[in-house]
Structures are given as C-alpha cells and as structure tokens.
Design a protein around this ligand. Structure first.
Ligand code: PHE
Ligand code: ZN
Ligand code: ZN
Ligand code: ZN
Length: 276
C-alpha cells in the first residue's frame, strides 16, 4: 500500500473545522454543518472516479444521510467495506470524533484512485449519519441491505484515530481482521492493545449484530491513560486519551499528527491486503 500523506488528511480536517465554524460550531445530525460535510466528501470522491450515493433516513424528526462510495470493479459478492461516522455531537466540531476517521478513510479512498488499484474484491467506503444518537445511519444501512449482507466479507470501522494523548487499540472482534492490523503495527514497533472501551459503541456494532466480520482501530476517548500505556506509547499518564471528547474543544488542534498518520497508513495497508 502507498504511504498516505498525513498533510492531506489534515487538510480535510481543516475543511471540516471551517464547515463547523460557518454553521454554528458543529456538524451534527440534522444541522447544516452535517450536510456541508457530506457535500465536501462527495465532491472529492466523485472527482476521483467513485460511484457515490446518498442514502436518506429519518431520525429524531430530522433527515439523516449516509454517503456511500463504490470503487468500480472487483467481486461484489466479497465486498470489503471501510466506514466512519461523519456526524459530530451538538457541542462541537467533532474533529477527532470523528473527522479523524472520516478524513482518514477519505484519503485512503483517494489513494485507491491515484494508484488505479484493481482489487480482486469490490471496495466500498461509507460515511455514516447520526452515529451519535445510537448508530442510527449504519443501522439503517445494514437493515436495508437485506440478504445482500452476506456479500460483505469484512467491515472495518474507524471512530477516533487521532486522539491527542493517543493509544493504539485494535478491535478484537474477528481474529483474522485483528491480525492484519496487529501485524502492521508490530512491524512498525508500535505496541497495540485489544480495543475494549468501544465495544458496541460505534458503527461496527450494526454490522457485527448482522453476522458480518468486523475490525477497526481506535486511539482512545475518555478513558484514562495508565502508567504502563504512557511507557509504551508516550503521552501523559493519568490523563484521558481525548480530554476534549464530545466537547467544544474537539477542534483541529485536538489531534496528534503522528497517531493520525500511523492509523491512516494502517488503514491503507488493511484495505490493500484484504481486497487483493
Ligand atoms: N462511538 C463513540 C462516539 O462516537 C466513540 C467511541 C468509538 C467510543 C470507539 C469507544 C470506541 O462517541
Ligand atoms: Zn503516510
Ligand atoms: Zn462521539
Ligand atoms: Zn465517534
């Protein structure tokens, strides 16, 4: 897989920040900042040759939207999916939660296009609406799949991958998918731990509940970094992985660039490997 330029991922985060600034400080479900976020990503993906669609649903009396981008080609009965929720909470711009995952998979998708990847398996990227009210968008998507859910061979979820006091947590739901990520970090001499803080708390739950193999990465939310974790990963023991989790200070300053870069490169490796 190619090296993913972290500057490009950061440029997407700056754009999401400016969208929040122009729309009352957030990018939440039902708000103008969410719609503007969808429009920004869709424009990039369309220009790169993806086939995009916007799936509408209703939640809490407001319309929500999932953005889905298919890379043409590959076996559709063994589709590999990567997803991230694009909505923020009302309290702030949601740059680590979850601009980070959204921008990370966007830049991996754009790398697929730049490299003219011809994967054996079909590749699909998705950005979910209204995760913050209980994974509403991803649940709607999986429900609407019906019998087609058996065609998804793997779903990879990325929710918070640039936490300012970062950890390196690998979802331990599916052993094969877990190993793809663990091996990549091990080769980089980066320690990992199985992800437990997020069990059932992000969009992978919608897929796991439907019997689809899931994997993913997470750099930590409001749990506190231990001494042992600070020794392994650096940063500050006794402090949350992301002290601005769900707060107005989750801005473009609330990102550790190295963690964002490592996680995004790990995503690219997994996408290349699993779709080959
Ligand atoms: N799903 C949580 C949120 O969006 C964040 C989270 C992700 C928590 C992964 C734990 C694990 O607020
Ligand atoms: Zn890189
Ligand atoms: Zn959140
Ligand atoms: Zn989140």
């Amino acid at each position: 897989a190619p090296d993913i330029p972290v500057a490009a991922v950061k440029a997407h985060l700056d754009k999401l920040q400016s969208i929040a600034n122009a729309n009352g400080g957030n990018r939440a479900h039902g708000q103008a900042g969410y719609q503007a976020s969808v429009d920004y990503l869709k424009g990039k993906l369309d220009a790169a040759g993806f086939t995009t669609s916007v799936q509408e649903f209703t939640s809490g009396g407001a319309k929500g939207y999932n953005l889905v981008a298919d890379w043409p080609g590959g076996a559709e009965d063994a589709t590999v999916m990567a997803g991230a929720h694009l909505d923020s909470v009302d309290a702030g711009p949601g740059i680590n939660d979850n601009g980070s995952g959204s921008a990370g998979i966007l830049e991996v998708a754009l790398a697929v296009s730049r490299e003219h990847l011809k994967p054996t398996k079909h590749l699909r990227f998705a950005w979910w609406g209204d995760e913050e009210d209980g994974m509403v968008g991803s649940r709607h998507y999986v429900d609407a799949l019906g019998a087609d859910r058996s065609k998804i061979s793997a779903y990879l979820n990325f929710d918070m991958i640039g936490s300012p006091n970062p950890g390196y947590f690998v979802y331990d739901d599916d052993a094969k998918l877990e190993k793809v990520f663990k091996d990549w970090f091990a080769a980089k001499n980066i320690a990992t731990e199985p992800e437990t803080e997020g069990d059932g708390r992000s969009d992978h739950a919608s897929f796991k509940d439907a019997g689809i193999p899931v994997g993913g990465l997470f750099s930590g939310a409001d749990y506190i970094k231990t001494d042992a974790q600070a020794k392994a990963w650096g940063g500050t023991a006794g402090k949350a992985f992301d002290a601005c989790y769900h707060r107005s200070c989750d801005t473009s300053k609330n990102i550790d660039d190295t963690a964002l870069h490592n996680h995004t490169d790990a995503i690219a490796n997994a996408i290349w490997q699993l779709s080959s």
